[in-house]
Design a protein around this ligand. Sequence first.
Ligand code: SAM
Length: 283
Amino acid sequence: MTTASAVEIQASTLAGYADASRLRQVLDRDWVLDQVTGSPETLIDLGSGIGQLLETALDRHPTLRLAVGLERSEHRIAEAAERLSRFPGRTALHQADLTDPQPLPLKADVVTMTSVLHWLYPVEDRIFSWVADRLTPDGSFLLTTYHPARDAFGLGGEDELVRAALIATGVELTDVPKVFERGEVLPIGTRTRPAEELDALLARYFTVDSYLERDAVVTVEDATQYEHFHAATFGDYYSRLVPPALRAEFFRAIGETAQRRQDELGWVSHMPVRLWRLRPLQV
Ligand SMILES: C[S@@+](CC[C@H](N)C(=O)[O-])C[C@H]1O[C@@H](n2cnc3c(N)ncnc32)[C@H](O)[C@@H]1O
């Protein structure tokens, strides 16, 4: 029997996100909250993780009577509950699967969703319909989406580092798409729809008020830092593509690939991120 390494245990609970998210996701938080205007009373954050956006929103907006987080991971909800305990009576956290959104008896001035949408592919329309029903008439839905370039096999973004790590664990380059397929792991490059396709999908539920774009550049200090970023962000989504005995090696190879890219290119990854400001359709 193989004993799980520390990084595999980290991946199984998505631990260490507060630290790891400094490399990429946290930058979305202030960018999104800067778009909140007026005096919101109710905010819902979808895929609320460890509660960082909710915490900042509550600090910034004393008018917020209720900040609600919906999140799938029980470990993340527990961490968020601890983080938000200094706002008694102003928060609610619910365990939820956003691919099958359940009724929630409230309306919100603001709904946010940052770095989550790709996990809901290909049924994003379900959460869009749910949000459209929850927004007050002058409410807004603030959504961030990532748009990595993808290759002919639909691989892009983190998939590129995973491809290199799979090769390091003995997979042939030409077999990589098959390994994804057999492992039933949809590439992130496929999960992240192109902006134009998303625009058309969103337009069925919302008015696209405006959008902003920035280049999300990830740089890294060393291989270990990226190994932990990958474990905290992607958990065991990709590592299950390799047999248990090779998983520690897989995570190490992810870190080493990141370090090599940093040394050669000056960055590990970069891709456009779009921040959509959406309003309910006027009927
Ligand atoms: C990259 S993290 C982003 C967390 C936070 N929104 C942020 O910007 O830092 C993605 C989050 O979405 C959650 N998630 C993924 N799929 C989900 C689903 N089907 N239902 C609910 N939450 C989900 C994950 O557990 C994770 O906390």
